[in-house]
Every structure is written in structure tokens, then in C-alpha cells.
Ligand binder design. Structure first.
Ligand SMILES: Cc1cc2nc3c(=O)[nH]c(=O)nc-3n(C[C@H](O)[C@H](O)[C@H](O)COP(=O)(O)OP(=O)(O)OC[C@H]3O[C@@H](n4cnc5c(N)ncnc54)[C@H](O)[C@@H]3O)c2cc1C
Length: 438
């Protein structure tokens, strides 16, 4: 396997590129246009957003000897959120950046999946070992994933309560970031990892993500005495309505419900109301699912309108403009029907870090070229996965009774095959060996 490691001398060479002159401190006060009262700074690589994409990018760069600063609008890592199912492509990346085994130890390996109808009838079941050997599936708590990634970053790599509110290009080619607190920060390279409502993507000309016609409820059920379920993904298909649950650990089970809705509907922040709505939707559904819902604390249920953005060639901007680039949901919001949004964000982060660090190290290839190459390499895959997730969602959210009968009684039992269905989880990447000095 080709190693992407840099030795100490190349790391030093690289840092000489980043820092204007060696004698200058890396983070010095800088006041390009700001009023004298504002605190202004100059940074080399700024990552906007401390979610999965932001932290994985920061860690990938760090392992390759590239320092960065993450600006996160929250005053801490996102403690809420529920769980994400990570497939083997996500695990490849977590291994590449050195956190795979630590996370593996905390989450159950899922052995297969079972598909059922609302009356509880089993339509089909699969074992990953038999039908998709090499597949690795675990439901991972978002909070623990973020904490694990951030714990591997150098101290002060994340600046909290740092919301970027405006972006401006400077004549020098650098980018001025204005923060809510008045800080003006000049960055050589900006990596937008700021999620589906990304101000960076908006500034680059990307359209708003589009609502796809269904919403999701999610939550985590607690079983302090031990949960009773087999280690498998449970999917239940109704009409314009589906649900699923999967064990996370011995005590926790993640669940979701997807329901058709012509509009995202009013925002309801009270999780106990959301839980009531979820239970109401699932009335008369299989008892094990209801048990999971009843075992969910009132305050952890969330509702999310599902959106995506198709990156049509010729219409959608490229992933980078000069030295500004987008990663993860900021670039390619996708529906969660394949469980691939975070997996693809992780993939983006290692690909981008590899290209960026090589450009900085070699000095020959410009950063702009490297960022463009990242976008070109990732585009086809991202476009395919976004489209596939959307199509799978439309199929699973059908509400026509005849079509649903066909899906549940003919298509799923006779035609669905697991290996081709999981083809999109094939992704390989090199181990990012930490540079000797880190
Ligand atoms: C219902 C549902 C289920 C899902 N299930 C799965 C799954 O099973 N598997 C999977 O792989 N993916 C899943 N996903 C997708 C996954 O959640 C996202 O793809 C992933 O969170 C994207 O990470 P990100 O870092 O790009 O964005 P985010 O996680 O949204 O992080 C963005 C960060 O940027 C910060 N930020 C935003 N604006 C600013 C600003 N102006 N200044 C500073 N900081 C800012 C935010 O506070 C946040 O911390 C699911 C999504 C949904 C909606």
C-alpha cells in the first residue's frame, strides 16, 4: 500500500510554504480591512464546521503534517444527534486516520438485515457474511464519533463559538472570514465543512438543498438491563411510511421512521411532542418496533426534513473556487436512504487531505490544482451515490397500494440482491501514517 507519510524534513519544507516567512509566528495578529477594535488573525488552513467532515479533514491533515484551525459555531462538539450507520467505506477511512479500532470496540458489529411488512411478516433476510463478505456495518453514536476524532487533534485545533457569518475574497487571493463575534480572519485555504446550510457553499454559488418530500424521526432507545435484539438492521415497509431499528451497543438501540409529507411542516423542537407523533404514526406496527420507541427517553427524539442536492455537471459549481473548497454535506447533501452521507464525508476528507498535503509538500502543484483534482476525483462517485439514495428513497416511500404490494411481495422477496445493492460501499484508501513529528 502506498504510504502517504511525510518525513520530518518534508513537513518542515511544507510549513515553510504555509508560513510567509519562517520567523513570523504562524498565528499572528493581522488587520487587513478590519476596524481597529476587532480582533483579527491570519491563518493558513481554516476548516469551517466541526462536524464529521470538519474533524475528519482536520485529523487527516494533521496526520500528514498539515496544521489547520477548525471554526465551530457551537460552544462545544454537537452532543445531540443520534446515530449513524457506517458501512465498510466509512470504516476504511476511520482506519486510515487511526480511530477505527477505538470506535469498533464501542459498537456492535451488525451481522445482517431483515426486511418485514407492517403486519410483521418477514419478506427477506440477509447475512452480510454469506452474501456480502467483507462488509462491515456498525451503528455509531454521532457524539462518540465526534469526540473520538477531536481527541486526536492537537490542543486548540478547534475554536468554538466561532460562527462564520460572511466570506470575502481579498485581492491577495486569500479569503477573509468574518465571525459573529467581530473577528476577521484571513485564510490562505478555506475548507467548508459547514453542513447542509453551508454559508461557504452558498458563497460559492451552490443552490439550496431541495426537500425530497419525506421527513424522518430518529431516536435512541435505552435498555439499561441489556437490549434483546439480534445484531441486525431491521427494516419495516409500509405505504408512504417505513421504519427501522438497529442495535448500537448492549444498552442502546437506534431507530428511525420516514414518512411522506408534502412540506417539511412546522418546526417542533419539543422532543416529547415528536415522540408522541412518532408513536401515533406507528400505531399497530410490529411490537418490537413499538417497544424500541417506548424505551426512548422523551427528550432525545428529533425530526429532520430530508433534502439533497444533485451536482449536475454544467449547472452546479465545482467543489472548489480558487483556494476555497467544500466537503461533506456542505458540498453534497444527500438523503440518508443508503446510510452514506457521513461515509462519503469521511471519504472526501482523506482524498482532499492527501491531495492538499501533496501539493503543499511538493510545492510544484498549486493548491488550486489540488483542490480541483479533489472535486474531479470525487464528483462521479458523489453524484452516483446522491442519485441512488434519492431513487431508493422514492421507491421505499411509495404509497400506492398496488405498487407497495408489488414491492413487498415480488420485488423484495425475488429480486433484491445484497452484494450489488451495497456496491457503493466499495472504497479503498491508503493509511495516513502520522508524520514523525506529530
Ligand atoms: C435522518 C438522517 C439519517 C442519517 N443517517 C446516516 C447514516 O446512517 N449513515 C451515514 O453515513 N450518514 C447518515 N446521515 C448523513 C449524515 O448525518 C451527514 O452526512 C453528516 O452529518 C455530514 O457531516 P458534515 O460534517 O458534512 O455536516 P454536519 O454534521 O452538519 O456538520 C456541520 C458542522 O458545521 C457547523 N457549522 C455550520 N455552519 C457554520 C458556520 N457558519 N460557522 C461555523 N460552523 C458552522 C455546524 O455546527 C456543524 O458542527 C443521516 C442524515 C440524516 C438527516
Amino acid at each position: 500500500m502506498k504510504s502517504m507519510a511525510m518525513n520530518v524534513s518534508s513537513a518542515l519544507f511544507f510549513s515553510s510554504f504555509l508560513v510567509p516567512t519562517r520567523r513570523e509566528p504562524r498565528r499572528r495578529a493581522f488587520n487587513p480591512t478590519a476596524s481597529s477594535s476587532s480582533i483579527s488573525r491570519k491563518e493558513d488552513v481554516v476548516i469551517v464546521g466541526g462536524g464529521i467532515a470538519g474533524l475528519a479533514t482536520a485529523l487527516s491533515l494533521h496526520r500528514l503534517g498539515v496544521p489547520s484551525l477548525v471554526l465551530e459555531q457551537g460552544d462545544s462538539l454537537r452532543a445531540g444527534g443520534t446515530s449513524l450507520t457506517l458501512f465498510k467505506n466509512g470504516w476504511r477511512v476511520l482506519d486510515a486516520i487511526g480511530v477505527g479500532d477505538e470506535l469498533r470496540n464501542r459498537f456492535i458489529e451488525i451481522e445482517g438485515l431483515v426486511m418485514r411488512s407492517v403486519d410483521g411478516r418477514e419478506l427477506r433476510s440477509f447475512s452480510f457474511k454469506e452474501e456480502a463478505p467483507g462488509q462491515e456495518v456498525r451503528a455509531v453514536e454521532r457524539r462518540l464519533l465526534l469526540e473520538t476524532l477531536s481527541s486526536k487533534l492537537p490542543l486548540n485545533s478547534i475554536s468554538y463559538s466561532s460562527r462564520v457569518k460572511a466570506i470575502k475574497k481579498q485581492g491577495s487571493g486569500e479569503t477573509l472570514l468574518e465571525l459573529d463575534d467581530g473577528t476577521q480572519m484571513l485564510a490562505k485555504i478555506v475548507i467548508g465543512c459547514d453542513g447542509i446550510r453551508s454559508p461557504v457553499a452558498k458563497w460559492m454559488g451552490f443552490s439550496e438543498p431541495k426537500y425530497v418530500g419525506h421527513c424522518a424521526f430518529r431516536g435512541i432507545a435505552l435498555y439499561p438491563e441489556g437490549q434483546p435484539f439480534k445484531a441486525r438492521l431491521n427494516y419495516i415497509y409500509g405505504r408512504g411510511l417505513r421504519a427501522g431499528f438497529v442495535p448500537i451497543s448492549q444498552e442502546k438501540v437506534y431507530w428511525f421512521i420516514c414518512f411522506n409529507n408534502p412540506s417539511p411542516g412546522p418546526r417542533t423542537d419539543d422532543p416529547s411532542i415528536l415522540k408522541k407523533q412518532a408513536l401515533e404514526l406507528m400505531r399497530n406496527w410490529p411490537s418490537d418496533l413499538l417497544d424500541v420507541l417506548h424505551n426512548t427517553p422523551d427528550d432525545v427524539v428529533i425530526k429532520t426534513p430530508l433534502v439533497d442536492r444533485w451536482l449536475w455537471p454544467g449547472f452546479s459549481p465545482a467543489a472548489s473556487t480558487d483556494n476555497v473548497v467544500v466537503v461533506g454535506d456542505a458540498w453534497h447533501p444527500m438523503t440518508p436512504n443508503l446510510g452514506q452521507g457521513a461515509c462519503c464525508a469521511l471519504e472526501d476528507s482523506v482524498v482532499l487531505a492527501g491531495k492538499l498535503s501533496a501539493a503543499l509538500k511538493d510545492g510544484g502543484e498549486s493548491v488550486e490544482v489540488a483542490l480541483r483534482a479533489y472535486g474531479e476525483e470525487r464528483w462521479a462517485r458523489i453524484f452516483m451515490v446522491t442519485a441512488r439514495a434519492n431513487l431508493v428513497g422514492s421507491l421505499l416511500q411509495w404509497d400506492n397500494p398496488i405498487v407497495c404490494e408489488f414491492r413487498n411481495n415480488i420485488m423484495i422477496p425475488w429480486f433484491v440482491r445484497l452484494a450489488p445493492f451495497l456496491e457503493h460501499t466499495n472504497f479503498e484508501c491508503d493509511l495516513l501514517e502520522p508524520v514523525a513529528s506529530t
